[in-house]
Design a protein around this ligand. Structure first.
Ligand code: LLP
Length: 411
């Protein structure tokens, strides 16, 4: 499974496509994804995890219909967190019976629609939500398939904004309380599993192994009490390489789950987002200006925090490569966007060779890139292009100025 980016004759290519050609066709800023890499990542995890695991793609990482369609055709399941994501998956041809629905704040309408289309499982995050699900199932005359999302209280060792499995987090139900809920009688609910998700961009799998062991022991206790559960959902969170990290491989991940769950007669579900799509994508941008404020060098590009928020929000590192192979190491500079905030940066003191007009690729932008983008500063959102083999296809047109105010007119 080779990384999609390489220089060929001094020009940066994504698989067989020269990125500069895509800039000529579609302008900047533009997201570009390798369909080949996404497929290979999906298949590598599916193969390592084996047929007893439902591999769900966490739609929040990148919800473009064409990527969802590609994954649906490979047989993927989907982890969704909103009614919008549900409709996207259905539009893309995803199978509702392979959808798990997570999230702490599901509305009545979202729960009703999920039950109507017959999703695989609702991952319920509170007693209040369980009551709501039960009431809606009664109205519809169905039994709602439910896993309680428990909070295993393990520290995933990741950025605090994306750690979700600690006792103080808003996510999940404490294990003791979940046990009480499972023991009660809910005539319109069918408990089919247990779910957890402890955090994202995990580079150490030990916390996932620990969470899996805690879920397993709960599963066994509940089974001993006669509750016929069928699956364990371990969430997502497998990290990727952004800089110089050594992320777990699909085989490492599968081995961690196997070690914790071996011989447990339960189906497994996982919800991977970043690990599948993160390194499939880049964000292409053009240098507008170089400037210096005496002590500091700046490279002002035409992409901004509204296009890719991760550096601003998490201080995340993203590698940056010029589309023309550099001949020298470069000088330290801040790579910043046009948005009126000092937090609008992609890199600080980065060694780069970049002059006005040059084109740059910001790496690791496939997950939580476009999906978290906005129109802040009235900037139309970027275009998206899918490269698959020799073909490359626009999979989302650049927004127009009219798109900026479309919802404010004709009221
Ligand atoms: N399942 C649940 C319940 C989740 O909350 C998440 C991510 C996932 C699965 C997928 O996690 P993954 O496999 O992609 O790590 N915007 C942040 C990441 C937020 C993750 C939120 N939940 C970032 O850019 O790093």
């Amino acid at each position: 499974m080779s990384h999609p980016l390489h220089y060929r004759h001094g020009e940066l290519c994504l698989d067989d496509t020269r990125l500069a050609d895509l800039v000529h066709a579609h302008g900047t800023p533009t997201y570009v994804y390798s369909g080949r890499y996404l497929q290979e990542r999906y298949q590598a995890f599916a193969h390592a995890l084996g047929p007893n695991t439902l591999l769900c793609y966490a739609v929040k990482a990148n919800s473009n219909l064409h990527l969802l369609g590609l994954l649906a055709r490979l047989g993927a399941g989907f982890d969704i967190v909103s009614g919008g994501e549900l409709e996207r998956v259905l539009r893309a041809g995803g199978d509702p019976r392979r959808i798990v629905f997570s999230g702490v704040g599901k509305s009545r309408a979202e729960i009703r629609r999920a039950l109507e289309v017959g999703i695989f499982c609702l991952n319920v995050e509170s007693a209040a939500e369980l009551e709501r699900v039960s009431a809606i199932a009664q109205e519809l005359g169905v039994q709602a398939p439910v896993a309680l999302r428990v909070n295993p209280d393990v520290d995933p060792g990741t950025h605090p904004y994306i750690a979700t499995g600690l006792q103080e987090s808003k996510f999940g139900i404490p294990i003791a309380e979940a046990e009480t809920l499972y023991a009660q009688s809910w005539p319109h609910v069918q408990f089919i599993g247990i779910a957890a998700h402890i955090g994202s961009q995990l580079l150490d799998l030990a916390p996932i192994g620990e969470a899996a062991r805690r879920l397993r022991s709960l599963y066994e206790r509940l089974q001993a009490h006669g509750l016929p559960l069928r699956h364990l959902d371990l969430g997502g969170g497998v990290g990727i390489r952004y800089h110089n990290e050594t992320p777990p491989t699909p085989a490492d991940y599968a081995a961690t789950l196997e070690e914790a769950l071996a011989s447990l007669p339960a189906q497994r579900v996982v919800e991977l987002g970043r690990a599948l799509v993160g390194n499939a994508g880049v964000l292409l941008t053009r240098v507008e200006y170089r400037k210096s404020n005496g002590s500091k060098e700046f490279c002002v590009v035409d992409a901004a925090m509204n296009d890719l928020l991760r550096p601003s929000l998490y201080g995340a590192w993203h590698d940056i490569l010029p589309l023309q192979e550099p001949r020298a190491a470069g000088t330290p500079m801040d790579v910043v966007g046009p948005v009126c905030e000092s937090g609008d940066f992609f890199a600080r003191n980065r060694l780069l060779q970049a002059e006005a007009g040059d084109l740059l690729a910001i790496l690791g932008a496939g997950a939580y890139g476009f999906a978290m983008s906005s129109q802040y500063n009235s900037r139309p959102r970027a275009a998206e292009v899918l490269v698959l083999g020799q073909e490359n296809r626009l999979i989302r047109r650049r927004e127009t100025l009219a798109d900026l105010w479309a919802a404010e007119e004709d009221l």
